[in-house]
Design a binder for this molecule. Structure first.
Ligand SMILES: *Cc1c(COP(=O)(O)O)cnc(C)c1O
Length: 379
């Protein structure tokens, strides 16, 4: 079955009691049992919920995975992966990634004696060089947030396999429509479903997809024991969002391409970060492992003074100044003070994320209107 069809039908079976075509919101905490231990596969809603089950089935199908688990947020999904580890274990992580993942690793998990080694994962040789006998997990994000660096998933998966470590890919920016890391050798895929999967800026949720049954058992145990589960209403919203992921991603990609090229020609713009430029360092790998280049773009102004950057950020009308991304509406963001404020400034600058960087989440409005809005803001 082709992806466009899968996205509409994944996980959906008409409700057996009524025929309702949409999976109902099973807003219940428990399930009545016929006799002790005799039940319909549902005992208590932290462990199982039918709306969540439909969504988890859908998650697995759209990432070409055997199994999937839904969590109350993207960071809760990431946190659950960390709970696979033991004190003394080492994680090799990308040096350019979502600020909240960095905060979780450094401020929470380092306290439990998990060691993190940060490196530029866009070169698999760097990852190989960081491997020690204690390496248990490799954590990459591609494209990265917000610099759009590309990591070769197949190459890093080979390093992970040799090291006997799990490779987890944060696939939030690409979405399952553009990239499927399990097909390239990753062990776990993580998404912030808050972004493209939900797609309408109305829900916080995360998920993990995997093929290995033992890994699924371990992660299900963590999901149920630690309890970071999403509510049924949120699961319903993401199930609904997934149905239009295909048409939305197509529009995000088309608009992203137009805006990236337009920005690059703008006399007041000094640099544009978008994986679809042929002279971009990650272009060949992006072309190989992604079906499109997405709607995320970052750029720098020639006049990168605080006043000018602030002026542009406050002058757009269609692009709303907000954190988050992946919704139908366009957003503009200042990573240094917003999404990535939790990364120490010198660490941030060292990794190429300057104070003047502006990030766009290009929505699915008309591209000409979006360009006109940027034109009047940049001047
Ligand atoms: C938003 C985001 C997360 C965290 O997800 P939440 O749903 O906000 O908890 C993780 N990774 C990336 C790339 C993100 O953009």
């Amino acid at each position: 079955m082709k992806l466009a069809t899968k996205l509409i039908h994944a996980g959906a079976t008409p409700d057996p009691s009524t025929g309702a075509i949409m999976t109902p919101v099973f807003q219940t905490s428990t399930y009545v049992q016929e006799a002790p231990g005799v039940n319909k596969g549902y005992e208590y809603a932290r462990s199982q919920n039918p709306t969540r089950k439909a969504l988890e089935d859908a998650y697995a199908i759209i990432e070409n995975a055997q199994y999937a688990l839904a969590f109350s947020s993207g960071v809760a999904a990431t946190d659950s992966v960390m709970k696979l580890l033991n004190p003394g274990d080492e994680v090799i992580a990308a040096n350019d990634m979502y600020g909240g993942s960095y905060r979780l690793f450094t401020k929470v998990w380092e306290r439990y004696n998990i060691k993190f080694i940060y490196t530029d994962t866009s070169n698999a040789a760097n990852v190989q060089a960081a491997v020690t006998p204690n390496t248990k997990l490799i954590w990459v994000e591609t494209p990265t947030n917000p610099l759009m660096n590309i990591t070769d998933i197949e190459a890093v998966a080979a390093v992970a396999k040799k090291a006997g470590a799990w490779l987890c890919v944060d696939n939030t920016f690409a979405s399952p429509y553009l990239q499927n890391p399990l097909d390239l050798g990753a062990d776990i895929v993580m998404h912030s479903a808050t972004k493209y999967l939900g797609g309408h800026s109305d829900v916080i949720q995360g998920c993990l997809m995997m093929n290995d049954a033992t890994l699924r058992e371990k992660l299900y145990f963590i999901q149920k024991s630690c309890g970071a589960v999403p509510g049924p209403q949120d699961c319903f919203l993401v199930l609904r969002g997934i149905k239009t992921l295909g048409v939305r991603m197509k529009a995000h990609c088309e608009n992203g391409e137009k805006i990236a090229h337009w920005l690059r020609k703008h006399p007041k713009v000094s640099k544009v970060y978008w994986p679809g430029f042929e002279d971009n360092a990650g272009y060949a790998v992006a072309k190989k492992q992604m079906k499109g280049f997405g709607g995320m773009i970052s750029f720098e102004l020639k006049d990168g003074t605080e006043a000018e950057v602030k002026r542009v950020l406050s002058s757009t009308h269609l692009f709303s100044l907000a954190e988050s991304l992946g919704g139908v509406e366009s957003l503009i963001n200042h990573p240094a003070t917003m999404t990535h404020a939790s990364i120490p400034r010198e660490e941030r600058i060292k990794n190429g994320l300057g104070d003047g960087l502006i990030r766009l989440s290009v929505g699915i409005e008309d591209a000409d209107d979006l360009i006109a809005d940027l034109q009047q803001a940049i001047g």
